[in-house]
Design a protein around this ligand. Structure first.
Ligand SMILES: [Zn+2]
Ligand SMILES: [Zn+2]
Length: 306
């Protein structure tokens, strides 16, 4: 039932079906300013120009739990200078670089996160729930955690925190809504998530109510989950419930992952009826105040069409 994270059939099947060029934005990227990435910002900028992608958002990690990897990796001023300097250098070449952040949401640090966001001006703030060292989903704990528990019990700690992240109203966008699929993949397949829409429903309603955007994160296409975070049906349901705001991002931590699966991600958004990237809370404005249109969904090429 489970998929091997390194299963080349899964990765290959995805790579054969996507066209990651001429898309409006890669809205989720990690550089050397993240503790788990070592990509120079200019590497992404060059790749974006080569692929006809006119806007990127740098969203390096920021953690609030003392001792967590991105708690003290790079301070705000360093991160801001790094991104703003590059933005100034690349603007002439037609590339817009937004200074964003991906904050790890933990309800117990909500006050600190609120204070940080009130004091620091980002172009864009993603709030994400990650698997932290004390969580039950770490590689050492996950097998014991799933043993004897129902699906609802297994995912409850993760989705409870996700709901709190949305209700906090702190973020422009919710990052990789069901990222826990990655950690559960050896034990709980993505089909089990698709069979449990009730787990997603309160979060989708809260997204719509708070005006928080939903990210279609394409990193799942290159990981064991083999599908976007979240899956296409979740994006569709978000729209049905009144959600109006989506972004698409590769969540690259490596140069080769830049824009990976982005074409698929935009197709997911477009197929659910979204016509524009909603980059910031309060509007669909992105580079230079222009709304950024999502391309029409493209047909999935068959083997015969090459
Ligand atoms: Zn993340
Ligand atoms: Zn990320």
């Amino acid at each position: 039932m489970s998929r091997d994270p390194a299963d080349p059939a899964v990765i290959g099947a995805v790579e054969g079906r996507i066209d990651d060029r001429d898309l409006p934005l890669d809205g989720h990227l990690h550089t050397v300013m993240s503790p788990d990435a070592n990509v120079a910002i200019d590497t992404y900028a060059e790749a974006a120009i080569a692929r006809g992608i006119p806007a990127i958002a740098i969203t390096d990690h920021l953690d609030f739990e003392p001792g967590a990897p991105a708690f003290a990796h790079a301070d705000f001023a360093t991160r801001e200078r790094y991104v703003r300097d590059a933005a100034a250098r690349w603007a002439d070449r037609g590339l817009a670089i937004a200074f964003g952040v991906e904050i790890t949401f933990q309800a117990r640090y909500a006050t600190e996160i609120r204070s940080h966001l009130a004091r620091h001006a980002y172009d864009y703030a993603i709030g994400s729930v990650h698997v932290m060292r004390d969580d039950p989903y770490t590689a050492e704990r996950v097998a014991a955690w799933v043993d004897g528990r129902s699906f609802a019990e297994i995912v409850a700690p993760y989705f409870t925190e996700v709901l709190a992240a949305v209700r906090s109203g702190l973020f422009d966008t919710l990052g990789h809504m069901d990222f826990v699929k990655r950690y559960l993949a050896p034990h709980v397949p993505p089909t089990a998530f698709a069979a449990a829409p009730e787990v997603y429903e309160p979060i989708l309603r809260a997204l719509a109510e708070t005006g928080t955007g939903l990210e279609v994160n394409t990193s799942g296409l290159r990981q064991a989950a083999g599908e976007t975070y979240p899956a296409p049906w979740v994006v569709e349901r978000y729209r049905e419930l009144g959600g109006t705001r989506v972004t698409v991002g590769s969540d690259a931590h490596l140069a080769r992952s830049f824009a990976f699966g982005l074409g698929r991600g935009y197709d997911v958004a477009a197929a659910s009826g979204f016509r524009e990237v909603a980059f910031r809370r309060g509007g669909t404005r992105s580079r230079g105040g222009e709304a950024v249109a999502i391309p029409n969904p493209r047909p999935v090429p068959t083997a015969a069409s090459g």
